[in-house]
Design a protein around this ligand. Structure first.
Ligand code: ASP
Length: 334
């Protein structure tokens, strides 16, 4: 059915007890040895990293992106599975999706329970991811987890410990895996993919700042002072903050910082409804609303725009175009 390359990066699916807690430890071959292979599938392993995913850096993520492209340069490969920690899986998967130009699927998976756990979810998730990689085409980058298939875009970790850890809270489920087949329930929408960026000597700093009652502009300004080239402002509600934060956004944008606006609410688009520091004023000050992308993925979209060009206006255009037309329409309609 297919020749699949598994890129192993660590996470709980590769974790063992370290005396005080669990940490990524096993290499890719050990991880692969836990799972049965779908019939007719052959697997080659690339042992890339062995880290808990909260420790991943932009350099790790760009290395993963380049590795995916190197693997896909071989026309004999039918698909890729990436085993990854669940904590930042949504970020790495979205980075690969933003730059994915290929019909072949790249399927991310992981586990909530460590290696070797009786009834652990790693082997089943890996089997499903292999099946998904071997049997799907033209869907971009996917996340296969707990019998479900999600588009990378929009999918976030919604459960800290429960096994069904991923969902896109703003959309219907993409598909299911079971009884040896993948059933698709809809077609994911993706914008035009971006070229793969050159490896920067020092990746740009991109920070996130979350607003809350009594929140001021101190942390936002600290991010600018720390050298952030991009900032994701995580507003309340439909993407709101305060007049003081609007001023800080305007000043940052004038200095060439790329500011994205998302929301701390789980589902639905950032929408320009409110003034007095709301999304209406934040967008007027130069923040780019990021539709239904949640903070981690909005940050990756900012990173990709920063890596694409040095031109400030062009970065804004690229960030806007990293939304799908439907995501952009949601901003206008609401
Ligand atoms: N700490 C783990 C990580 O590497 C969690 C997991 O993989 O589920 O993200």
């Amino acid at each position: 059915m297919g020749r699949i390359v598994v890129i192993s990066t660590g996470g709980t699916i590769a974790s063992r007890w370290q005396g005080t807690g669990f940490a990524a430890d096993a290499d890719g071959r050990e991880v692969m040895a836990t799972a049965p292979l779908p019939e007719g599938t052959t697997v080659e392993v690339v042992d890339l990293f062995r880290v808990n995913s909260p420790r991943l850096t932009t350099a790790h993520q760009l290395t993963l992106l380049r590795t995916v492209h190197e693997v896909l340069a071989d026309p004999g490969v039918d698909g890729i599975v990436v085993t990854h920690g669940t904590d930042t899986l949504e970020e790495s998967a979205f980075l690969v999706d933003l730059h994915h130009h290929d019909e072949r699927s790249v399927v991310f998976t992981g586990a909530q329970l460590p290696m070797g756990t009786a009834e652990g979810d790693g082997p089943g998730n890996l089997y499903d991811a292999l099946l998904t990689a071997a049997t799907t085409r033209g869907l971009g980058v996917l996340v296969s987890f707990a019998g479900r298939v999600h588009a990378a875009r929009g999918t976030v970790k919604t459960q800290a410990v429960a096994l069904d850890a991923f969902a896109d809270p703003s959309r219907e489920l993409l598909g299911k895996v079971g009884f040896g087949k993948v059933t698709l329930l809809r077609t994911p929408r993706r914008p035009q993919p971006l070229p793969v960026p050159a490896m920067p000597e020092v990746p740009p700093r991109v920070d996130m700042v979350m607003h809350h009652a009594d929140g001021d502009a101190v942390l936002f300004e600290a991010a600018v002072a720390a050298g952030a080239r991009g900032i994701v402002l995580i507003g309340t509600g439909a993407g709101n903050a305060t007049p003081e934060i609007v001023d800080a956004v305007r000043a940052a944008v004038e200095r060439g910082v790329l500011v994205a606006l998302t929301t701390r609410v789980a589902a639905g688009p950032v929408t320009e409804i409110y003034t007095h520091g709301g999304a209406v004023d934040l967008v007027a000050a130069g923040a780019v609303p990021t539709g239904t992308l949640r903070a981690g993925q909005a940050r990756i979209a900012v990173l990709s725009a920063l890596l694409a060009t040095d031109d400030t206006a062009e970065r804004v255009r690229i960030l806007r175009e990293s939304l799908t037309p439907a995501e952009r329409e949601a901003l206008v309609e609401a």
